[in-house]
Design a protein around this ligand. Sequence first.
Ligand code: ADP
Length: 454
Amino acid sequence: MHTWRTELKRLLVLLASTGLVGYLLGDIVFIWFLTLAAYVALNIFQLRRLYRWLTRDHRSNRSDPPESFGLWGDIFDGIYRLQKQERKASEYLENIVNKAQESSAALEMAVIMIDKKDNLDWWNRASEDLLGLKYPGDKSQSITNLIRDPRFAEYFTSENYDQPLQMNAPGDSTRILEFQIALFGEHERLMIVRDITQLHRLELMRKDFVGNVSHELGTPITVIKGYLEAILDNMEGMDVKWQKPMQQMHQQSIRMENIVKDLLLLSSLETKTIAKQQDEVSLHRLLSEIKNDTLHVFEKKQHDFIVDCRQDLQIRGDRGELYSAFSNLASNAAKYTAARGTLIFKAGFSENSFDIEFIDNGIGIEDQHLPRLTERFYRVDVSRSSETGGTGLGLAIVKHILARHDAELIVHSAVGQGSRFICKFPPSRIIEAGAKEVTESTLTENGMSKTEVL
Ligand code: ADP
């Protein structure tokens, strides 16, 4: 602003002084005309310098601005300053991009960017080793043309990337890769691929080890338990001081047997794939059978049992596995509910799923334990669990079985009020033979349809 005023003043002083000269010479208009023509010529000259300077290559530092004074000097300096700032910012960005590219090149995992048309945009060096991508030939090629496995195409187009995909490397069946995709920007994708062959091998070894150890332990435990039972049946002549230890040894051998049984079941769930041919199981019959078995085992506790399920519903799955999962939840409900408590086994459609629920009004579980309940050997209270004879493997088994049936386990619980274990199945697993409702329905205090109370 200051320079602008000075420039105006300078023009006025020039016009005044040349006006005076014109007055003395007797032709003001002609002298002013000459003055303004010289002024315009000077400005055109400066404009030309500016134009020539701007059209030069400004990436090199050699292009300093032309020397000038006054308003033009300020304009040259201002533009030069802006250019310097812009050059600094682009150097900074270039640096970041270079670092990102260098660090991803050093990674052992493949990092691949895919544009919104599903074509390859950019990838690091490891991608060439893991997936055989070639630069520049594969640039802008469709990723599903380069990785032709149908499982990859299904995963890629599903757009549900919560879980990674594991499959053999393209053209190399000895290698196992894990693909994880994330969406970003305008429907672009970032794909990370890891070689998990070694991890997979270790996992197989772990599963085999657990399976073999459990199998090998089975026979000795059965023998020990058998002898202990025989001794307990013939205790008459035995010293009294040995009676209690014998009983405790027997109890512990039963526990060991249960742990081994559960470990064997878990290891077979982990290693065997679920049979393609699935049973169509009557849900009402299955839940009633589980109710009767639980009632029998926990007879002394005199629980109220309610089975709330339509009789015409069938579930598609492995009957043995479903029995095992549901009976684990039912016996937990009975184990952790005091005598005369109420246990409800309920099944029905909810908004997006078919829910099979095991509800009790027992001791409940504190919130902090809920996320870890399905971990192997995780117990809320170790002393309480060993009192009840639990193995700590029940809910891990439930989780595995449900996953094999495309279902998941949700737990709600409140200490002192009870727990609700919900198995959420996709509705497609349920077959409705007809809308035949169970008769004799009465309502319980908590508003639930009470169809069978014992
Ligand atoms: P456990 O054989 O010890 O019962 P589970 O895996 O079946 O092992 O259950 C893990 C833990 O979750 C149990 O130790 C128990 O503390 C808790 N739990 C499971 N079901 C219930 C329930 N219905 N009410 C209260 N606590 C429960």
